[in-house]
Design a protein around this ligand. Structure first.
Ligand code: PBG
Length: 325
């Protein structure tokens, strides 16, 4: 035999030399939950090992992230009260706005990205303003633009709309530009599927819809070409980074989007992906570390440049150790 593929696999040194997928902790984003109240660090039942923090306790997690080399977070807010217009999302003293003001002051080395959506703030739990039992797309745009603006005014470094309304990137871009924030990037949840893998998050954020589902705005998981349609629209509207969500069941989408556009591509390993591994590991069915490494590397291998994951801290360690990357 002239050609023996095993030659390049014979020991760890050579395997590390011929790796095709390289990654670095600088590409990790940690999603975190901030709630109203004082002195609370509360474990999320559906996501063991993940917590809801208050503004005065979130310093602990921010500090430990920086210690591990994770320098980006995605903030999710959990308000005290909800109403049909989701006003907690764009108030000057909304939970995310308060967290940003404190976070930016105490942790200037951290990069703060915010999730721009209404579902955590509306009493009906939908991602926009209702007209009877439907989400009114065009009416919602102004609200999304106001939410994004209020986040940036409070210090957000980047905004990430996750609502899936048509035209929201253009609306948010225009709102930010009109107020002089021409340099604040938008990471669009461009190809966001209606997914059962958001189940644990909805418990974490208390954002399950009161009636119906999100299928009239989030994408149908039978579709791949539609992900490109959404992506190209968002690129045209001025998105700076394109996100695919979830990650694990959507590696083909990540790969397709990577091949078709020149923008950075992010993939969000969502709550259900985290909880699935946690649960299997707890039952002794699988090794947690190995499963976390394999799913992360497969996402980068599919073409993701940026990885949002609740395992960011652990992965940064595995990357630094050279276990992966
Ligand atoms: C808000 C939002 C959701 C997630 C991110 N932003 C929930 C949803 O769309 O129902 C899910 C994140 C996760 O599951 O980890 N719309």
């Amino acid at each position: 035999m002239n050609i023996r593929p095993r030659r390049l696999r014979s020991n760890p040194l050579i395997r590390s030399m011929v790796r095709e997928t390289r990654m670095d902790p600088s590409s990790l984003i940690y999603p975190m939950f901030v709630r109203e109240g004082k002195g609370i660090v509360e474990e999320i039942k559906t996501m063991p090992g993940q917590f809801r923090y208050t503004v005065d306790t979130m310093g602990k997690i921010l500090e430990s992230l920086l210690d591990c080399g994770v320098t980006k977070v995605m903030l999710f807010g959990i308000p005290d009260k909800k109403d049909p217009l989701g006003s907690g999302a764009y108030e000057k003293d909304g939970i995310v706005q308060k967290a940003l003001r404190v976070g930016k002051k105490d942790f200037p080395q951290m990069y703060f990205i915010t999730d721009v959506c209404m579902c955590e703030y509306t009493s009906h739990g939908h991602c926009g303003i209702l007209k009877e039992r439907e989400v009114d797309n065009d009416k919602t745009l102004k609200f999304l633009s106001d939410i994004a603006l209020s986040h940036v005014q409070a210090g957000a470094d980047m905004v990430a709309p996750s609502d899936m309304m048509d035209g929201r990137i253009a609306a948010i871009r225009k709102g930010l530009d009109q107020h002089g924030y021409i340099d604040t990037p938008i990471m669009s949840y461009a190809a966001k599927y209606a997914s059962s893998f958001y189940g644990p998050f909805r418990e974490a954020a208390g954002s399950a819809p009161e009636f119906g589902d999100r299928k009239s705005y989030q994408m149908d998981y039978h579709n791949k070409r539609e992900a490109l349609k959404e992506t190209l629209l968002d690129v045209e509207e001025g998105a700076d980074i394109i996100m695919v969500k979830p990650a694990l069941s959507y590696l083909d989408i990540i790969s397709e989007v990577r091949n078709q556009i020149s923008l950075p591509v992010a993939a969000y390993s969502v709550s259900g992906e985290y909880s699935m591994i946690k649960a299997a590991a707890k039952l002794g069915f699988m090794d947690e570390t190995q499963a976390v490494c394999e799913t992360a590397v497969s996402t980068y291998r599919a073409g993701a440049d940026i990885y949002l994951t609740y395992y960011a801290k652990e992965l940064a360690g595995y990357m630094k150790e050279g276990r992966i990357g």
